[in-house]
Design a protein around this ligand. Structure first.
Ligand code: AOF
Ligand code: ZN
Length: 382
């Protein structure tokens, strides 16, 4: 029992995933999660991972995965700890890898360093690892535990986990609307509904994504750059345009900003493609599904390109098509205190419903003020 007279949540051992964890275990794993978050904008296409090494209650090394191709979280923490790692406990937000990827296996590094206990928040969903990392360490005599703060660890890497387990990226659709649920005037004009704080907030969603996706309607009407303009961010997500008839003007701002651009189209004519290729765009020809591109095929191609999180900024046509194809994992809606009236456009273009039972039900995950606007985070009700 704890000697604390007024026990708090963590003052006595707690049970999570059928395991009893000590308050110190929570504290060190929470620190590892905070370190992992430092890889939010840079680790892509790898997961964000953090590691803390502790010996006799003292933190002797910390690390996180900064960038794909560079050392993993465990390797960085071991480097910081040096010979003090002997007999230590490693807290890692993801099961250590046991395969040779761009870098050598972390299981080997942990064993060679003399770490005797390893606590992971969650298994690595990568089929090349998938429990084998934990097994190898256990077989080599290490004390191995898994499942501490697992929900928090999963929330850090929704895209990586979904790509590894379901073979498709995590798709987040960002929309802005007036209080009366309108996203643009009837003319298509939509700039700007939200204030400066909300637009800065959107920059952070862009920065954490592997790709930023939009439709040709938005390119023609708003001409957005869709790049990341945050001083601390160097990686530019790939910008993706869904452009069935290949109408993107070679002068569009989305083609000028730094970073690579992919255009999905149904037009295979090389003469139509050449002006866009000349300004650096890569063209991918995709089959049509009725009158639009086959959205699941587009996502399959983005999965092949190791895209974890897709950030979508688009108009009501593409938003409606994604919703109907069941390709929206998360909705981020900014609500501005404005009225556009009932002649303006709604958020989603969807077929008219005959009865209430056909409606799409969502659940609100979070709601918060961002400057003078409100941000509502939702997902489909399951
Ligand atoms: C860890 N610690 O910090 C990360 C892990 O190509 P590589 O060598 O970088 O390997 C990438 C894979 O390693 C990735 O798909 C995932 O399974 C795992 N990521 N593992 O032990 C880390 N980032
Ligand atoms: Zn590793």
């Amino acid at each position: 029992m704890s000697s604390n007279p007024s026990p708090t949540l963590l003052s006595s051992p707690a049970r999570e995933n059928n395991h009893v964890w000590l308050p110190d275990d929570y504290r060190h794993m929470a620190r590892a999660l905070a370190l992992a978050r430092r890889g939010l904008y840079g680790a892509d296409p790898n997961p964000r991972v953090g590691c803390v090494l502790v010996r006799a209650g003292e933190t002797i090394g910390e690390g996180w995965h900064v960038r794909a191709g560079e050392p993993h979280a465990e390797a960085n923490a071991l480097e910081a700890a040096g010979s003090r790692a002997r007999g230590a406990t490693a807290y890692v937000t993801l099961e250590p890898c046991c395969h040779h990827g761009r870098t050598p296996p972390c299981t080997d590094a942990l064993l060679h360093s003399g770490v005797t206990r390893m606590v992971a928040a969650m298994p690595d969903p990568n089929p090349q690892v998938a429990g084998r990392g934990l097994m190898q360490l256990r077989e080599a005599g290490m004390t191995v535990e898994c499942g501490l703060l697992e929900a928090e660890a999963r929330a850090l890497n929704p895209g990586f986990i979904q790509r590894m387990t379901q073979g498709r990226p995590f798709i987040r659709v960002k929309l802005a609307m007036s209080l009366d649920g309108r996203t643009a005037l009837n003319s298509g004009e939509s700039q700007w509904l939200t204030g400066e704080a909300a637009r800065q907030d959107v920059q952070r969603f862009r920065a954490r994504s592997s790709a930023i996706l939009t439709g040709i309607g938005t390119v023609l009407i708003d001409d957005p750059g869709l790049n990341v303009r945050l001083p601390e961010v160097t990686r530019q997500p790939t910008r993706v345009i869904l452009d069935t008839e290949l109408r993107t003007p070679p002068t569009a701002r989305i083609l000028q900003a730094p970073g690579s651009v992919l255009i999905f189209t149904a037009i295979a004519d090389p003469a139509a493609q050449a002006p866009l290729q000349a300004v650096g765009a890569e063209i991918i020809v995709m089959p049509r599904l009725e009158w639009e591109l086959h959205l699941r095929e587009v996502m399959a191609e983005l999965t092949r390109r190791e895209c974890n999180e897709i950030h979508v900024e688009c108009g009501s046509t593409l938003a409606g098509a994604l919703l109907q194809a069941d390709l929206v994992d998360e909705l981020v809606v900014y609500m501005a205190p404005l009225l556009l009236g009932d002649k303006a456009r709604g958020l989603f273009q969807l077929p008219e419903l005959a009865r209430m039972s056909e409606r799409t039900e969502l659940e609100i995950l979070e709601m918060r003020a961002v400057g003078r606007d409100w941000r509502i985070t939702l997902r489909k009700y399951r």
